[in-house]
Design a protein around this ligand. Structure first.
Ligand code: DC
Length: 214
């Protein structure tokens, strides 16, 4: 008897709220959760740690093959510099292929999984049971990131955070391979005017509707 799986694909730009929503959904549903951004961050960190260039295809591929999804540490990998570096290694198609294969294998876990990233609904899991594209205005996202960084003693100004967010959006949505975009069949959740509680409730309603029709 083949076991059923239920795949939830959550995409969107940095600081849209997709990470918190995905974590909470997985916890409530007792599903597996993969923050696919961590896979690109993990590869970037391996290169940074060894002072290797981020655009060397062979070295980046090797790091991608060595990455162990089970040992990625979200706290360490959340560093700002690693995020920017991740966005750079993420433009290399052969690195994406290696990581996407690992992400797809993860998505097959039972009873279900939540994957969040930039290309889950479009490339990694095009047949996901439900897809949500979580977004918010760049200014709103920059404000969230700025406040979060300040509470941790960060020194970047709001303007610097905004410039960074816009540069990252452009790199992630402008790349040739698997650009960040809303899948045609994804629900759009704009959290610009929502707090995280409201955004989570809205996402949960979309998931419940999909679970009930499965
Ligand atoms: O979500 P994040 O900030 O942790 O992602 C870091 C970078 O990784 C992001 O700027 C682009 C890349 N990424 C990607 O290309 N595809 C994904 N599915 C997830 C992240």
């Amino acid at each position: 008897m083949s076991e059923k799986t239920f795949i939830i694909a959550i995409d969107g730009p940095a600081a849209s709220g997709k990470g918190t929503i995905s974590r909470r959904l997985a916890k409530e549903l007792k599903f597996h959760h993969l923050d696919t951004g961590l896979t690109y961050r993990g590869v970037a960190k391996m290169l940074l740690d060894q002072n290797l260039p981020l655009d060397d295809v062979t070295l980046a591929e090797q790091a991608a093959r060595e990455l162990d999804l089970g040992t990625m540490d979200g706290n360490i990998l959340s560093a700002h510099d690693i995020g920017n570096a991740a966005s750079k290694v993420a433009v290399i198609p052969s690195v994406r292929k290696i990581l996407v294969d690992a992400q797809r294998a993860f998505s097959a876990k039972t009873p279900g999984s939540v994957l969040d990233g930039r290309d889950i609904g479009t490339v990694v899991c095009p047949n996901a049971d439900v897809k949500i594209y979580v977004t918010a205005k760049a200014e709103t996202r920059a404000e969230r990131r700025f406040k979060e960084a300040q509470s941790k003693g960060g020194t970047q100004s709001y303007d610097e955070v905004l410039t960074d967010i816009k540069a990252r959006d452009e790199r992630d949505s402008g790349r040739k391979d698997s650009p960040m975009r809303q899948a045609d069949d994804a629900h759009l959740l704009d959290t610009s005017k929502m707090d995280i509680e409201t955004a989570f409730t809205a996402a949960k309603a979309l998931i419940n509707a999909a679970l009930n029709t499965k």
